[in-house]
Design a protein around this ligand. Structure first.
Ligand SMILES: Cc1cc2nc3c(=O)[nH]c(=O)nc-3n(C[C@H](O)[C@H](O)[C@H](O)COP(=O)(O)OP(=O)(O)OC[C@H]3O[C@@H](n4cnc5c(N)ncnc54)[C@H](O)[C@@H]3O)c2cc1C
Length: 411
């Protein structure tokens, strides 16, 4: 255990990034005193609720460049960082401490136990073993530079502290009184990311629970376009493709006050004109069947029925009687349904924001501030956010690990 005369590293924030940073620093320089300050009564609270209580630790995407493409903000800065500590290292880090991860079909990685408790116990025990001190219910309330280097700061319990190096891993969402701003940093304002779309259109509202394996959604007038699984909910649209679109379009959609037209191509594999031909060819193959109750099933039956009715075709029309203009209306609607989005809803309970410390103000080799020497950043405090799938934790592990190691070698 490091004695009181040894240099001190203070980590603000007892979340994923703070723990990883603190453990990395304490393990690589055991003579250092490393202290985590957590304002809440307990640490790692987001880890506990993450992944529906299972904690989606990372993603089985092991190529740094490819992995970086899952980050609407931070992609470029993270490539080098992932070369130094990527998902392979995350898997090895946890495995060397007795936690094995498993990979699900979509690439998400979870502890074998399917319990976030396993990850919390692992991080807590690694912190304890490496001599990290954890102070809960203790917030950093104000900070200033110490003459001659380091920092002086006030705590919520009325005490003051000082340190040589400070890791700010305080998470996202904060604008008022941000300590890094007091030290000279700027902040990208927080806006929500990873949300679902509220749509009031009555015929869509009648279809909750229906999903389409691969739809394309886009926002006319912008470059926003995504393809993937789409889910109709009782409030509008959700599913991976919507969450991805909301993440990539976080700032743009915020600028539109979450009121915009959404264009959906329910069958993106086929273009409109080919679909018209295809629909007309049904005259020969199933001419006697009604279009509504067809054995040809390009889409879930209830969705197909709604699209047929919305395109203005009479419900009892048989394929043999489908006119070219009716085929064109149906094909146009199937490949280009436009629905008005009226607002956003939270995806499960997952409040994810983008915004935070602008990346040009940070040296990603050390996660040290380019403005305030000795101040480092990690995790959601930075203007980095990933799409859903374990990418946000991976960014927290990566930036925490780099910051912790850099603080250890520089102290
Ligand atoms: C419901 C939910 C589920 C999620 N599931 C997943 C998932 O499965 N996979 C995934 O990759 N991502 C997931 N995420 C996102 C992920 O949890 C975050 O990206 C990650 O926790 C960020 O870690 P962090 O350490 O940077 O910040 P945080 O976990 O937010 O930790 C920051 C800590 O700093 C403390 N703090 C702030 N200011 C101060 C101060 N002044 N003094 C002292 N302490 C302070 C806060 O109390 C907090 O405990 C989920 C998010 C939510 C909300």
């Amino acid at each position: 255990m490091a004695s009181d005369s040894h240099p001190k590293i203070i980590v603000v924030g007892g979340g994923a990034a703070g723990f990883f940073g603190a453990i990395a620093a304490a393990e690589s320089a055991p003579h250092l005193r490393v202290v985590i300050l957590e304002r809440g009564p307990r640490t790692l609270s987001k880890v506990r609720i993450s992944g529906g209580g299972r904690c989606n630790v990372t993603h089985s995407c092991f190529d740094p460049r490819e992995l970086s493409q899952r980050y609407p903000r931070g992609a470029r800065a993270l490539i080098g960082a992932f070369h130094r500590f990527g998902p392979t290292d995350t898997v090895a880090w946890f495995e060397s401490r007795g936690v094995r991860l498993k990979t699900e079909a979509d690439g998400r990685m979870f502890p074998l136990t399917d319990s976030s408790r396993t990850i919390i116990d692992c991080l807590s025990s690694a912190a304890e073993k490496s001599g990290v001190r954890v102070l809960t219910s203790t917030a950093l309330t104000a900070v200033k530079k110490r003459p001659g280097g380091g920092f002086l700061f006030d705590l919520s319990n009325g005490e003051s502290m000082d340190c040589e190096r400070l890791l700010w891993a305080g998470g996202g969402c904060r604008t008022e009184g941000h300590p890094a701003v007091a030290l000279g940093h700027s902040l990208m304002p927080p806006v929500p990311s990873l949300f679902t779309f509220q749509i009031d259109t009555p015929w869509l509202r009648d279809l909750p629970g229906i999903s389409v394996a691969s739809a394309q959604v886009s926002v006319p007038g912008t470059d926003l376009k995504e393809r993937g699984p789409l889910l109709i909910t009782h409030t509008g649209l959700s599913g991976p493709v919507v969450l991805r679109l909301s993440a990539w379009g976080a700032r743009e959609l915020h600028g539109l006050r979450y009121q915009f037209p959404l264009r959906i191509n329910w069958l993106p594999e086929i273009n409109r004109d080919s679909l018209v031909e295809d629909l007309q060819a049904r005259r020969e193959t199933c001419g006697g069947q009604t279009i509504l109750r067809t054995r040809w099933n390009p889409l879930p039956a209830r969705l197909w029925e709604s699209l047929v009715i919305q395109s203005g075709i009479m419900p009892d029309t048989r394929w043999a009687r489908l006119s070219r203009s009716e085929a064109l209306s149906l094909a146009t609607l199937v490949t280009s349904t436009e629905l008005p989005v009226r607002g956003k809803s939270t995806n499960k309970e997952e409040f994810v924001t983008c915004g935070g410390i602008p990346l040009p103000e940070v040296d990603f080799k050390t996660m040290e501030s380019r403005i305030v020497p000795g101040l480092h950043f990690a995790g959601e405090a930075l203007d980095i956010d990933g799409i859903t799938g374990g990418f946000n934790f991976q960014a927290a592990w990566t930036t925490g690990w780099i910051a912790g190691n850099a603080m250890a070698t520089q102290s």
